[in-house]
Design a protein around this ligand. Sequence first.
Ligand SMILES: [Zn+2]
Ligand SMILES: [Zn+2]
Length: 115
Amino acid sequence: MIDLADHLPVGSYEIPDRHRTRVILRDHTCRFPHCTRPATRCDLDHTRPHGEGGPTCPCNEVALCRRHHRAKTHSTWRYDIVMPGSYVWTSPTGHRFRVDHRGTHPIRTTHPPDE
Ligand SMILES: [Zn+2]
Ligand SMILES: [Zn+2]
């Protein structure tokens, strides 16, 4: 693992450019499952919302393209950070995906919801 994007918290909600640079180097593309939109053209999402105590720190910032940033905001798609650069998404139907620098991998559950 490249240890680029760690802790560099700032007090503001605005994400400084130096965070953006780190997140782009870490995430490469939108981190939504199977999305290949380059991180250079993505938003940075506060994984844990700033209003709920989420820090403006690279460890809490993830590259999401506009469309998937909206999906996270307006649907029940959710993700957790396993570690910076490695994420587990849960779809509205309960499917789970691991997304990391090697790509997207469906996570098999013991009881798949609808397959
Ligand atoms: Zn941090
Ligand atoms: Zn995307």
